[in-house]
Ligand binder design. Structure first.
Ligand code: ADP
Length: 315
């Protein structure tokens, strides 16, 4: 089976319990949860049985070990997660606004996560990889962008493929150089996975069909648009496959896009038809929102298949 690799931020996430609750005043918090968009992605891919590994960096502390242990338990290759003495594992504090958006206070660049580098362990992991997934949030510094571009070059040199989720987190993405980094990754992308509003950061077209057509014309082979509770749509030069979402009670949206992307890319790498990859991806995204916490939303293949079978029986 093809092996996929991602590189980027590993952190613990601490969430405000109530919608509208600010971190600037004492209040009930939930967490710490192991997290980081590429970590969630790799954990979900591994949980679906896809060989998957993460290039990252944590501190030599309990939060770093929490992340390594959780990813290892999910079946991910953790050999390229560097453990740095004297640096703390990254953190993210999350508040939920009444309009359903989220605000993040990140400590990434100045934490162990900021020490991300292409070292021997990372090169060994890439030696055995066929696919690289890039999260836009992982382009949080020039150094992190260099790692992403080196990983892309390594798999492309041997005929591998690249997927890209913009995962825009304005709180961590450096203004200078970020636009160029996003465009550089997009130019190498085989599977592009934006949410519907992120699409317009990459095309100046005025509506969704024109923006999709614009990106396909610019040579992006396929685009998978994430549409929250409405599901997702796949587009390539042959046409479009739209797939409604599964009906679930949303507890916490954190990690849905990462779990969705991991499932889509894993099944795409297995040669699944777009409709099948979309179905499993929608199921993983839906299951992810039923749990509080990022990595807690990951489900294993057997549970995902049982969820789909039950939903189809009730339909
Ligand atoms: P992102 O987290 O990247 O912004 P979305 O919010 O669109 O992405 O979520 C990714 C996927 O997760 C969706 O395409 C859908 O399959 C699933 N999903 C998200 N929210 C829900 C929900 N409330 N109910 C059912 N499925 C959902």
């Amino acid at each position: 089976m093809k092996k996929l690799v991602s590189a980027g931020e590993i952190l613990v996430e601490i969430m405000a319990e109530r919608i509208g609750q600010s971190f600037l005043e004492p209040g009930p918090l939930v967490g710490p949860f192991p997290s980081g968009a590429p970590a969630i992605f790799i954990g979900q891919a591994a949980a679906l049985g896809q060989p998957a590994g993460l290039i990252g960096a944590v501190g030599k502390d309990d939060f770093g070990q929490l992340n390594i242990d959780r990813l290892h338990a999910l079946g991910a290759d953790v050999s390229a997660i560097a453990v740095h003495e004297g640096h703390a594992t990254g953190t993210a504090f999350v508040t939920y606004r009444p309009d359903a958006s989220r605000h993040f206070v990140f400590n990434i660049r100045n934490s162990a996560a900021g020490l991300l580098e292409m070292n021997d362990a990372a090169e060994r992991l890439l030696d055995g990889a066929n696919h690289v997934h890039v999260m836009g949030s992982s382009l949080f510094s020039d150094r992190a962008t260099e790692v992403a571009l080196a990983a892309i070059a390594a798999v492309k040199a041997k005929g591998g493929t690249v997927s890209f989720d913009p995962n825009i987190r304005r709180e961590i993405m450096q203004a200078s150089g970020m636009r160029q980094a996003l465009d550089q990754v997009l130019a190498e992308t085989d599977v592009f996975l934006p949410s519907d509003n992120e699409l317009f950061l990459f095309s100046s077209a005025g509506d969704e069909p024109s923006a999709v057509a614009d990106l396909l014309n610019r040579g992006i082979p396929c685009i998978v648009l994430k549409k929250g509770a409405d599901g997702a749509a796949y587009h390539d030069r042959q046409g479009t496959v739209a797939m409604p979402g599964f009906a679930v009670e949303e507890i916490d949206p954190t990690g849905a896009g990462d779990c969705f992307g991991a499932a889509f890319v894993s099944f795409w790498l297995r040669g699944a038809a777009p409709a099948e990859a979309l179905r499993v991806a929608n199921a993983c995204g839906a299951l992810a929102v039923t749990r509080k916490g990022p990595i807690e939303g990951i489900h294993r293949l057997a549970d995902v298949e049982a969820f789909i079978a039950k939903a189809e029986m009730l339909a």
